[in-house]
Design a protein around this ligand. Structure first.
Ligand code: LLP
Length: 421
């Protein structure tokens, strides 16, 4: 099989015993494809980040909640966080035990808190008022609290979750209030967590925030764990040789902080990190098909079936994803062109990749959107009544397995079923 532009998937043998054109014909497009070996390798890279015995990688499932992927991640020894009762429900179905789940929610109802309490899942309170509600619902129980360490990081202002300009976490100036509510409801504060934001490529802010949390932890003698949060970045600009996050440096700096803490306090707290993107982004490629080409004024458009209902990151954050092009012809046919790749949604902002210089794209080409495993499928929608894609796993033997079926037109009716005359 010859392709037009497929450097990364070729290098990683991403498609195993199959190929993107065969997958596109077999399952249709758009199609999320995940590679199990890459997923496992990312899990291992983080479980071996430091050598501290009580170290846990708590996968942030909001990045991808496919049941099959959750099961693989669990089999690699990771625990999991949940953002909602829905995530919690799926995680239990995937085989995580209640003790392996931390609910890191914000602004939720008593009903949702009750759901977690009844399931035996530890909840992290995101505010003093939520801590009080948890106290009322679960007097004498265990609880965690999310702290805002005053430091933020992230690829876009929308995903920076620490510092002055975010709704998240409890400001340490309210420590006295926290303590008095813990006392009032006889709550046991077993964990402190934080998350400064999503996608850092250098470790400084993360380390600074981790150092803050460890010193803050000394306020609470009952603590069993601290959770430094996620945010570990991945190189989205693979075509231009962007360097990956330097895990070695990050790991050794974390290790130093923890060793210092143990030496100073004599406490061997469980240390958790909570990555989502790093675990799943690179194991996913989104396949789509080119259905139209057109020139409008100065711009050449390649019109695909990857609308922002399928992958919203470029439209929502201006995020970059590298694009591959698959066509079964000799690779010599590669005149370069500047092209804007768009989807099939009725909005001008439905742009997947703007002004990219790529080998010329033709109708019926299949394109691959790299690094689509995180915040891809989970953020997809039925906008324009489009059907959400199927998901396929390339297993460790290189074989393709359907792990979520495509929506059907009938699915669009499900919520109305009992209401129709
Ligand atoms: N922990 C908490 C409490 C979080 O809110 C998040 C992400 C994570 C961990 C994991 O962060 P990660 O390691 O994946 O960076 N939709 C955006 C990202 C939103 C992240 C939300 N919170 C995107 O597509 O870039």
């Amino acid at each position: 099989m010859n392709y037009i532009h497929n450097i990364w998937t070729e290098k990683t043998n991403f498609f195993g015993n199959t190929d993107p054109l065969a997958l596109a014909s077999k399952y249709g497009t758009p199609l999320y494809v995940y590679n199990e070996s890459i997923l496992r390798s990312r899990c291992k890279a983080l479980t071996s980040l430091i050598s501290y015995p009580a170290f846990k990688v708590n996968y942030s499932a909001k990045a991808n909640t496919n049941l099959s992927l959750l099961r693989i991640i669990r089999s690699e020894g990771l625990t999991v966080d949940a953002m909602s009762a829905g995530e919690l429900f799926l995680e239990l179905k995937a085989g995580f035990t209640p003790e392996e789940i931390l609910l890191v929610c914000n602004n939720v109802s008593d009903e949702e808190l009750r759901f977690a309490i009844d399931a035996g899942v530890l909840i992290s309170a995101d505010s003093v008022s939520q801590l009080r509600r948890i106290g009322q619902l679960n007097r004498g129980g265990k609880v965690a609290v999310r702290i805002n360490p005053g430091i933020g990081a992230g690829h876009h202002e929308k995903v920076i979750t620490g510092g002055q300009k975010t709704k998240f976490g409890v400001d340490p100036q309210f420590t006295a209030e926290l303590k008095s509510i813990l006392k009032e409801f006889n709550l046991h504060l077993t964990g402190l967590n934080q998350h400064i934001g999503s996608l850092f490529m250098t470790p400084e802010s993360y380390i600074e925030a981790a150092s803050f949390l460890l010193s803050y932890a000394q306020n609470f003698p009952e603590l069993q764990f601290v959770d430094f949060g996620g945010g570990f970045g991945i190189p989205y600009h693979k075509d231009s040789q962007e360097k990956p996050l330097d895990l070695k440096t990050l790991g050794s700096e974390l290790q130093k902080l923890i060793d210092d803490f143990v030496r100073k306090t004599g406490k061997k707290l469980t240390i958790k990190i909570e990555p989502g993107r790093f675990i799943v982004a690179e194991c996913g490629v989104l396949l789509g098909r080119v259905h139209a080409l057109k020139q409008n004024a100065q711009t050449l458009y390649a019109g695909t079936d990857i609308g922002f209902n399928v992958l919203i990151r470029p439209a929502f954050y201006g995020s970059h994803h590298d694009i591959e092009i698959y066509r079964d012809v000799p690779a010599t046919d590669s005149e370069m062109q500047k092209v804007t790749i768009v989807g099939n949604i009725c909005e001008t902002g439905d742009i997947l990749a703007k002004d990219r210089t790529l080998p010329s794209i033709k109708e019926n080409d299949v394109i691959g959107v790299l690094d689509a495993g995180a915040y891809g499928m989970v953020m997809s929608s039925n906008y324009n009544c489009r059907l959400r894609p199927a998901e396929v796993l390339i297993d460790q033997s290189g074989n393709d397995i359907l792990i979520r079926r495509r929506d059907t037109l009938e699915d669009l009716l499900i919520q109305f079923q009992d209401l129709l005359p």
